[in-house]
Design a protein around this ligand. Structure first.
Ligand code: GDP
Length: 435
């Protein structure tokens, strides 16, 4: 889906506009800090068009002088985005920094939209004509404080989405990525996997937005693509070493993946940072494998597997459906199991189940575990049907949605998992009322 980057010098109101554009989406996974609260990357929707928004100002480069930071932001926008929104401040007027940003942006062919913030009243709206001088076309007046002008801005953004975006992604291979902290062994894993497999194309520079993806054929003849997580191969630009940038690129890689391998380091154990991106992959409904790397380096005893497994299960409770694979990129241990597992999860994630079978499961479930009651009313389940794959999504029609308690929903999900074997994929269960 299209990526929109927001650029602008400090104090133009980027984060206010960012929050206005994406709204207050509340995360369903509460136990991963960072990504959602302090957002630089989020999903928005306008007139049925999904898009991703990046706030380049959120990528901190503290020890850099202002002009450099501004240049990096423009570079990030040029590298990452399909559409760039440059934000200026109507109350302060046109500044030197604005001109620097505009001149950098003018070097790209990507569509650029100029928005002038803090234009809260009609007089201020007159002043925005100064901003034509930036050479970016018509300035769009907006107000983050009042929320005005944003609809027009969004119309303009959506109208600028590249028309051929779909063909960029027209590729039926199974896409997966290695996601994790620096030094857990992501690039070693990519290299080790590619060494084992019949590689068709490696290092296809510029496949999508500077990404370096590699395609290979698995044992069973399936085309698979390892999605590049930025920072894996190209480490160079200053901003590539900042944590927020690498998190943001990880999120972009997750978006493009069918299956995400969350890589943990057996030596250093589980850190908070490991949970940020895992939570995002879960919310995005991706297939998930937990890959414990550097298993060779661990001093092991009889309980090592169990101990590490227990730790993973208690730290990543919401990922209890995800298989855990203990590997070594260094020795190649168990890496042969990786692509078959990815294929299996891909299949599970795209499995379609007949309604008649679903309703058999519902009947059995209700027979073994009676539906909850509240104030003399009992939950009645009429019917269940699958409405989507990738991830499998089910709608269950009931008499009163409020009677569907969290624990009962969990129970139904677990029944579906057991009967239809949805290992490695999240499943969504939506409750709908029917009179
Ligand atoms: P990335 O930052 O996640 O891409 O991590 P790298 O692939 O660059 O690996 C970081 C360090 O861990 C390097 O020194 C690797 O040689 C080492 N490393 C990676 N995988 C393994 C492994 O399975 N076993 C051991 N012992 N070391 C590993």
């Amino acid at each position: 889906i299209p990526v929109v980057a927001l650029v602008g010098r400090p104090n133009v109101g980027k984060s206010t506009i960012f929050n206005r554009l994406v709204g207050d989406r509340v995360s369903i996974v509460e136990d991963f800090p960072g990504v959602t609260r302090d957002r630089v990357y989020a999903t928005g929707k306008w007139l049925g068009n999904d898009y991703r928004l990046i706030d380049t100002g959120g990528i901190e480069l503290d020890d850099q002088p202002l002009m450099k930071q501004i240049r990096y932001q423009a570079e990030i926008a040029i590298d990452e985005a399909d559409v760039i929104v440059m934000l200026a401040n109507g109350q302060e007027g046109l500044t030197r920094e604005d001109e620097v940003i505009a001149s950098m942006l003018l070097k790209t062919d990507k569509p650029i939209i100029l928005a002038v913030n803090k234009t809260d009243n009609p007089e201020q709206r007159m002043d925005i004509f100064d901003f034509y001088a930036l050479g970016l076309g018509e300035p769009h007046p907006v107000s983050g404080a009042h929320g005005t002008g944003l609809g027009d801005l969004l119309d303009q953004i959506v109208a600028s989405f590249p028309k051929d975006l779909a063909t960029h992604y027209e590729d039926t291979s199974i896409k997966f990525s290695f996601i994790g902290r620096p030094n857990v062994g992501k690039s070693s894993l990519v290299n080790a996997v590619l060494k084992e497999e019949r590689v068709i194309v490696s290092n296809i520079e510029g496949t999508t937005r500077e990404a370096v993806d590699s395609k290979f054929i698995s044992e069973t003849g399936k085309e698979m693509t390892v999605i590049d997580t930025a920072g894996i191969r190209k480490k160079g630009k200053v901003y590539e070493n900042t944590e927020k940038y690498s998190v943001m690129r990880s999120l972009a890689a997750i978006d493009r993946s069918d299956v995400v391998c969350i890589v943990l380091d057996a030596e250093t154990g589980i850190r908070d940072q490991d949970k940020h991106v895992a939570g995002y992959a879960y919310e995005a409904g991706k297939g998930i494998i937990i890959v414990v790397n550097k298993w060779d380096a661990l001093k092991k005893d009889n309980d090592s597997f169990k101990d590490f497994t227990d730790k993973v299960r208690s730290e990543f409770r919401y990922l209890n459906f995800a298989p855990i694979l203990f590997v070594s990129a260094k020795t190649g241990q168990r890496l042969d199991q990786l692509s078959p597992l990815i294929e299996q999860i891909y299949e599970n994630r795209n499995r379609r189940v007949q309604s008649s079978l679903l309703n058999d499961v519902v009947m059995d479930a209700v027979a073994t575990n009676p539906t909850p009651t509240d104030k003399g009313r009992r939950l009645k389940i009429y019917y269940m049907t699958q409405v989507a794959v990738g991830p499998p999504t089910f709608v269950v029609f009931v008499n009163d949605a409020e009677l569907m308690h969290f624990s009962y929903k969990r129970f139904l999900e677990n029944q579906l998992r057991e009967v239809f074997y949805f290992e490695g994929t999240p499943i969504h269960l939506i409750t709908r009322e029917r009179q």
